[in-house]
Design a protein around this ligand. Structure first.
Ligand SMILES: Cc1ncc(C[n+]2csc(CCOP(=O)(O)OP(=O)(O)O)c2C)c(N)n1
Ligand SMILES: [Mg+2]
Length: 849
């Protein structure tokens, strides 16, 4: 069968990228290297610096490099073949290339073999570079954790995901990856969470947090925000292994970047290690004068070095010596042309012993994170090795056949696990036992109360209530220990000060306080429950993401709460998405939000965030206006986080995924009169009102109850639908309309998201069963009568514009669709048609539609 792709598919054909490739297969390495360059007989198969060990990893683990080498050959084969099968043997029928990354995978085969089959222990956690997912799955398969049937399902529905996914892959992925930069940062945050958990709940078996990242991932800014953050300093159990193949997607990375990277990591307190040269080159360097060769390879720009992979014979020698200092030519004069190719591309990232030794050296650094630059070859062991266009190149059928044969397999055995009768097969079985993990549960056996009963008499803002609810919860002996808050330098301006006063700020060691502040007690020490970050919203969401997965990586569920200025949710959005895609559960408050942050101006006023909250899967977006509604919503959200997506018996709940992840409340600093809510409470009763608030909407003002004469007169009816801080204007407009003989009910939407999801569920049900959809219960209860609507939102008007469609009535959506500017709330509401007069006019327009 041949791969189905359009004739003009942009992927380089294998023939095109491999015509001149010269990467010999491992065991085809020529024997004709000069004696000094050949591996010393004294170091046959044992990792230097790694203790000699038996084949029993449970009894003083030992490692035999020949055995590991057998394993890595099989890993390379399977990873390559997984991508190959997906592309050459699957009939997709849609003309779309399946894709996959054989070269990026091959690049990490040695490092990942060393890790999984010699280095890791069960409690360790690993983030795998997105394009190495085939290597990960091949390893899981060899360890007996993935059924054979999955090996031919890469990128197929229900099969292996293109990039490692915690929530979608059939095997146990520690960290999702895909959006480069975020995956490697995640274990750093997970390690910070472990440090927190150990300090608060007692030390658990130590875990090492490892990230395997591509060298081009270091260009992502979030990497450096994480590396620099004071909250992430001193994490000794973290090792990042950079797959230093000097190639990105498009090109050979220009110049030489190692010095820049090294200096940047070191400046941030990291330990920097390298595994640069393989044993052949190292042996050569130790010849008399051999150091000159090292100097020349070190000085050679990436472009020149990488170009060697496409050359052979005299041509390769000529290119290699182009620009070389005196002496180098003579030094390699006695190396045959073919051997020279092998010698100069002998990089340490493909030397199992050197990799293990370097990993051990990183472990020895116990008080700071380590980064290990493993020099590798993109496409190592494959005919596409080192080719600048190999990023998504695929081997041809003939090339795959040749690789299969070289691996000692045939069509009948190609998908087999390692033979348990062989040392490699036995070793792998033992490693599988060694890596077996303890079970964990996301469920926290704590009852979060339905409400804290926050009391308010005068107008109050939702942001203030948010802070008070947290303080109240910090007095609940069962809940309090599990609460942990975090903010990117906005804790005090988002009302976390009360919580911080009670619980303190987390620091691994006690820190002396130099300023006694009568209002804010900023006491830092190991018992603190607030984690303060530098100003990086990316870091906020990366930390929240990992706090919400602490049950998995640290065996301790938590109740994480974060705060961020609402407009800057966008700044951390990719990390927000990353966390929720990973299945993390936390509560985040975007506050203050909208144009009620009036004097602050356009740069601080959020408009599109309600839409973001509404549309993000795995996030429930909520925007209450009143204290008690927020109290109920927060307690309910924390209760759901505690339940961990499981039912009372601890089984995974099958609830709609939309309501089974993170919670996002959009808040304001605008004080709002609570009397209308109390009136609704008196009318509906707590139980009914709470149910409706949690479902997403309730009738705040019932025009017929407030103005019975309008009902009697059969007055025209309209629904004014508001969400959040703009409710006072909506209520005032309803009053104006009543005076004009129009019955305007006011609906307070507490969760646009839940309302929309309810509508979508009934619609989808209708679509799937070809039946007429009904108006969902939550909408029916809140709206009752069929009447035109005006939606009013201190956010983009689009976010609520669907309400008319859901009810099947004319609608006029009002909102903020321009960038903001400084002013008073009144000024800005006037500017955006959110004052009562405009709402009244909109109602009249809706009635006339
Ligand atoms: C945020 C983001 N931007 C762009 C991409 C597309 N992309 C995927 S891999 C890649 C290059 C990666 O190079 P490197 O990290 O060196 O990995 P290699 O394949 O060389 O191991 C790019 C640009 C992505 N996945 N994520
Ligand atoms: Mg690369």
């Amino acid at each position: 069968m041949t791969r189905r792709a359009p004739a003009d598919a942009p992927t380089p054909t294998v023939a095109a990228v491999t015509a001149d490739a010269r990467q010999p297969w491992l065991d085809a390495l020529p024997e004709t290297l000069p004696a000094e360059a050949a591996p010393s007989p004294a170091t046959p198969s044992q990792a230097p610096g790694v203790p000699a060990r038996s084949l029993d990893p449970d009894a003083e683990p030992g490692v035999d490099l020949d055995v590991l080498d057998d394993v890595q050959r099989r890993v390379l084969w399977l990873a390559t073949r997984i991508v190959d099968a997906a592309n050459r043997e699957r009939q997709t029928g849609d003309g779309v290339k399946v894709g996959g990354h054989q070269a990026s995978s091959a690049s990490l085969v040695t490092v990942m073999t060393a890790l999984y089959f010699a280095h890791l222990d069960a409690p360790d956690r690993v983030s795998v570079k997105p394009h190495a997912s085939p290597v990960f799955h091949a390893i899981q398969y060899l360890l007996g954790r993935l059924d054979r049937g999955y090996l031919t399902t890469l990128r197929a529905r229900g099969g292996l995901q293109s990039y490692p996914s915690r929530t979608k892959d059939p095997d146990e992925v520690d960290f999702s990856t895909g959006s480069v930069g975020l995956g490697p940062a995640a274990p750093l945050f997970a390690a910070a969470v472990r440090r927190y958990v150990d300090a608060h709940f007692g030390e658990r078996p130590a875990s090492r947090f490892v990230a395997l990242l591509g060298d081009a991932e270091l260009d992502e800014g979030n990497i450096w925000e994480a590396v620099a953050d004071p909250a992430l300093q001193g994490l000794g159990k973290v090792t990042w292994v950079v797959d230093f193949n000097r190639q990105s997607l498009d090109r050979v990375v220009p110049g030489i970047r190692i010095d820049q990277w090294r200096a940047s990591f070191e400046a941030n307190g990291w330990h920097v290690a390298e595994v640069k040269y393989g044993r052949r080159l190292q042996a050569f360097f130790s010849r008399p004068g051999g150091e000159a060769l090292r100097g020349w390879i070190d000085a050679m720009p990436n472009e020149q070095y990488q170009s060697l992979f496409a050359l052979a014979g005299a041509e390769l020698r000529q290119r290699f010596l182009d620009g070389a200092p005196d002496g180098v030519e003579a030094l390699v004069a006695d190396v045959a042309d073919d051997d020279l190719a092998v010698l100069v591309t002998d990089l340490g990232g493909h030397d199992l012993g050197a990799v293990l030794e370097a990993l051990a050296a990183c472990d020895a650094e116990t008080d700071r994170p380590s980064v290990l630059f493993a020099y590798t070859v993109k496409g190592w062991g494959l005919p596409i090795a080192g080719n600048p266009r190999n990023h998504s190149a695929l081997l041809s059928g003939d090339q795959v056949d040749a690789l299969r044969e070289r691996t000692g397999l045939d069509a009948g055995t190609e998908w087999d696990r390692l033979d348990p009768a062989t040392p490699a097969g036995q070793w792998v079985e033992r490693r599988a036992r060694h890596l077996t993990r303890e079970p964990r549960t996301p469920r926290l056996e704590v009852v979060v109360p339905d409400a804290t009963g926050v009391k308010v008499s005068k107008p109050v803002s939702t942001q203030e209530v948010f802070g008070r609810v947290l303080v109240d919860l910090s007095r609940d002996a069962a809940v309090a220990p599990h609460l942990v808050t975090t903010a990117p330098d906005v804790a005090t301006s988002t009302n976390l000060a009360g919580f911080i006063n009670r619980t303190g700020v987390f620091s691994p060691a006690e820190r002396r306080s130099w300023n006694a502040d009568p209002v804010l007690k900023w006491a830092e020490g190991p018992t603190g429950q607030h984690i303060e970050l530098g100003i990086s919203e990316m870091n906020l969401f990366l930390l929240l993401g990992q706090l919400g997965l602490s049950w998995d990586h640290s065996g301790q569920p938590l109740l994480p709460v974060g705060t961020v200025y609402d407009p800057f949710v966008c700044r951390g959005l990719d990390a927000f998405i990353y966390g929720t895609y990973s299945g993390s559960r936390f509560l985040v408050a975007g506050t203050p939000s909208g144009v009620t942050l009036a004097p602050e101006g356009g740069a601080h006023q959020s408009t599109i965030t309600a839409s973001i909250g509404l549309e993000l899967p795995g996030v429930t977006f909520m925007e209450p206006a009143y204290a008690t509604a927020l109290d109920w919503l927060m307690c309910d959200a924390l209760g759901r986080i505690a339940a961990g997506g499981t039912d009372a018996a601890g089984r995974a709940r099958t609830a709609a995924p939309h309501d089974d992840g993170a919670y996002y409340v959009r808040l304001s600093t605008r004080p709002v009169d609570q009397a209308p809510f109390e009136a609704a409470r008196a009318r509906l009763g707590d139980a009914v009102l709470r149910r409706q608030v949690l479902a997403g909407a309730y009738r705040l003002v019932d025009a017929h109850a407030a103005h019975p004469e309008l009902a009697e007169q059969n007055a025209p009816v309209v629904h004014l639908v508001g969400s959040g801080a703009v409710l006072p204007e909506v209520i005032a407009s309803a009053q104006e309309l009543a005076e004009e003989g129009i019955a305007a009910h006011v609906v307070d939407v507490t969760s646009l998201d839940r309302l929309y999801s309810a509508w979508q569920r009934t619609l989808r049900q209708g679509v799937r069963t070809a039946t007429a959809p009904s108006v969902p219960g939550a909408l029916r209860t809140a709206f009752g009568d069929r009447a035109p609507v005006v939606t009013v939102h201190d956010a983009a008007s689009h976010a609520m514009a669907w309400v008319g469609s859901a009810l099947g009535v004319p609608a006029v959506p009002l909102g903020v669709d321009e960038f903001g500017q400084s002013g008073t709330v009144h000024d800005l509401y006037g500017l955006h048609d959110l004052l009562p007069g405009s709402i009244t006019n909109a109602a009249l327009a809706a009635l006339s539609l």
